[in-house]
Design a protein around this ligand. Sequence first.
Ligand code: HEM
Ligand SMILES: [Cu+2]
Length: 639
Amino acid sequence: MSRPEIAGPASPADPAEVLEQTWRDPPGLWGRLSAVNHKTIAARFLYAAFAFFVLGGILALLMRLQLARPDSRLIGPDLYNQLFTMHGTTMMFLFAVPVMQAIGIWLLPLMLGTRTVAFPRMNAFAFWIFLFGGVMLFAAFLIGMGPDAGWFAYVPLANADYSPGKRIDIWAQMITFTETAALMEAIVIIVTIFKMRAPGMTLDRMPLFAWAMLVTSFIVLFAMPAVMLASTALITDRLVDTHFYDPELGGDALLWQHLFWFFGHPEVYLIFIPPLGVISAIIATFSRRPMVGYRAMVLSLIATGFLSFGLWVHHMFATSLPELGKTFFTAASLMIAIPTAVQIFCWLATLWTGRLVLRTPLLFVLAFFVILLAGGLTGLMLASVSLDTQLHDTYFVVAHLHYVLMGGAVFPLFGAFYYWYPKFTGRMMSEKLGKWQFWLFFTGFNVTFFPMHIVGLEGMPRRVYTYPDGMGWNTINLGATIGAFMIATSVLLFIVNAWRSRRRGALAGADPWGAGTLEWRAASPPPAANFDVLPVVHGRYPLWQPAALPDRVAGIDPGLREVLLTSVTAAEPDHRMLMPSPSPWPFVTALATTVFFVASIFTPWAVVWATLPVAITATLWFWPRRSESEQRHQREVRP
Ligand code: HEM
Ligand SMILES: [Cu+2]
């Protein structure tokens, strides 16, 4: 007996339906593990990074509970060390960079007018690597093997003499591991931006967010290898007795700091540059006008990227480096203020000449100005060697770094969530809850971190698990703890809002804010293929322009995973390319790679035998499949 055929598309000729069939991820568990659609992968990335943000936040709350009173015995030194190490590591490696990349992976194809990212399977692979690496770090923490030498893991503190056991080995190897994911995502983003923009989207018409992601990805490409190299040298020092960081045998302990901060300073800009793009998008939309000074913005983004590599020594002013060298790095640190100022002037000019619509996303952007300004000013203070020598390792620095990191990343990020949520889900978030969340966050943030400047100036050291009574630090610390719980409440409110609005929010439609960039042309939420017809671009804000001809790409087969590649600068059509189909092998290969990295922590010989499963799974990944070669053939015989 023959069963009726699985119901096909409503009308076989309906191209939207055909496209959906072609581009969607296969159903079922295996199908999910095989997913390569950029929105699916990016959504997982976003959820995972946000989960790590919440975990990192919980660690911070625990620290703040311990620090709420003097001489507290609540947590104790050993766990405290693990807490601040895991907090810094989580926020910097598992939240800040991945969350920005995830937003890029989700948005860029929509913004650039294409159907997917470059290398969709590598994109999936990178996500699994990131997830497994992060989970391993937390697993170690939960079984009492949490790393405890700080997120900066300075040697000799982190060497085998002072940190025996496996804690630092786990840290070092998982850093190398998760950062390979960041490197792969950088490559995916760069190639997507360079080769997959809609015809007509010359570099000069590319949205500023794409520029920001491009600059960020190049920073990742140059900065991450430094920390991967550093952590690999650290683990070989610890496990097989190399002597990279051992001065007694010709190594150099300061080498660690140079390698680490050559990554660590640009890292701050990795976190801070994508939000510059987010802010430009939000400001243009809510001022109802194109950004003022587009080219100046692009140039200052690039300049910031370059300069960020010239500043690492300002994290080492308290070491025994030559004074003349420190002077140069002071000058470079002051110079970075110039491109930032250019950007701020362009934003202010746009706001000034536009018609403002004060919605939640814009509130977060305005708060960013205030907070980043304060963080920048204390940064200028710390860039002076003499002041830094005084303030080094006090709570002043903790205040400064949270002003920069939270002002520079978390505030604009919330703005981004509110702004693109309707595109993501098809519904609006509640404005009322949004404004509550904003004010709670803004107040809580300043209550927590502003007084830390003062307690730092009064000499309270950072990275200590407690402090004595009678120093005059009690009130400020109690206040900071209360502030931290206000921040937590606000984040909770955000989660509630996002959760409820998925079902109950007002329907958004394609372009609820009246924005001008391409992602708002796609339906909300976008279908698997993003656009029913691929757009052709004639200006910087295509949706704000009178329709021009031609407005669509012709000749792409909806039945195949085909994309149009365009030339790097002029975005002229180059050729059509077939993209890879869903495959479970990136997932399986990621599992094998995890075995390789985790096993190597416990037995260095894993570096030899554990390559075998990686080699086998990767070979199966790249093994040609009949269905794919048939597709290729089908395309070639077509006129
Ligand atoms: C929920 C809000 C947050 C609170 C209450 C908080 C609190 C803290 C505390 C208490 C410390 C330890 C200070 C010490 O003992 O020296 C710390 C360190 C740190 N935090 Fe946060 N934090 C928060 C959010 C963030 C975010 C969003 C980031 C980055 C994106 C971040 C990055 C760091 C870093 C890099 C350190 C340095 C860790 C170290 O010295 O090893 N924090 N934070
Ligand atoms: Cu720095």
